[in-house]
Design a binder for this molecule. Structure first.
Ligand SMILES: [Zn+2]
Length: 190
């Protein structure tokens, strides 16, 4: 390529590093935002900058937030008794979109003493009595659940996991809403 297209090529490379975007799509995106809709392109650049600068992790649950506490942790109308433990902040977005869960969330994306302590603190804070593991079903997640359960077990705290309709190895974001609803309603003792 000519050197005069250096900036365009940089943009193609940048899009190409996004998950699920191949070279062709990256070219289409770059062409679109630099020529076809340059105003939209500038808005997109601004949105990306704002998101990168302002979005962080909620100090209590670990999901995405623009403040110290996310909207869900700060929402007094949520059901304090239930905490769904998920693998990624993305799973919180998926479950929230489905509007099927009214409890609270905890993002356990790293298994270390600090995260386990944060989970214990959260259980204490809300006085929760049921932990629902909403992990991608599979052998690894079963082992993980047992491990976490062992660390946080106490009298009066029940454990369950989402069950039916969630195929082994499929992450929550790829499950249709109806299956997710069934999975949560029919949760079984972990
Ligand atoms: Zn939170």
């Amino acid at each position: 390529m000519k050197k005069s297209l250096e900036k365009f090529n940089e943009l193609v490379d940048a899009f190409g590093r996004l998950p699920g975007v191949g070279k062709k799509t990256a070219m289409r995106f770059a062409y679109f935002v630099s020529l076809q809709d340059s105003f939209g392109g500038l808005k997109l650049a601004q949105s990306i900058e704002d998101a990168v600068r302002f979005i962080k992790r909620c100090e209590r649950c670990g999901s995405l937030s623009e403040d110290e506490l996310c909207d869900i942790c700060a929402d007094e109308s949520r059901d304090d008794a239930l905490i769904a433990v998920v693998e990624s902040p993305k799973d919180v977005l998926v479950l929230e979109q489905s509007k099927i869960f009214s409890g609270r969330y905890f993002v356990l994306d790293e298994i270390d003493d600090e995260r386990i302590l944060s989970l214990k603190n959260m259980i204490e804070f809300y006085g929760a009595n049921e932990i629902i593991f909403a992990f991608t079903p599979g052998l690894n997640s079963d082992a993980l659940m047992l491990f976490v359960e062992d660390k946080i077990a106490k009298d009066g705290l029940k454990f369950s996991k989402i069950a039916q309709g969630v195929p082994t190895g499929v992450s929550l974001e790829n499950i249709d809403m109806l299956s997710l609803l069934k999975a949560i309603e029919s949760r079984i003792k972990a």
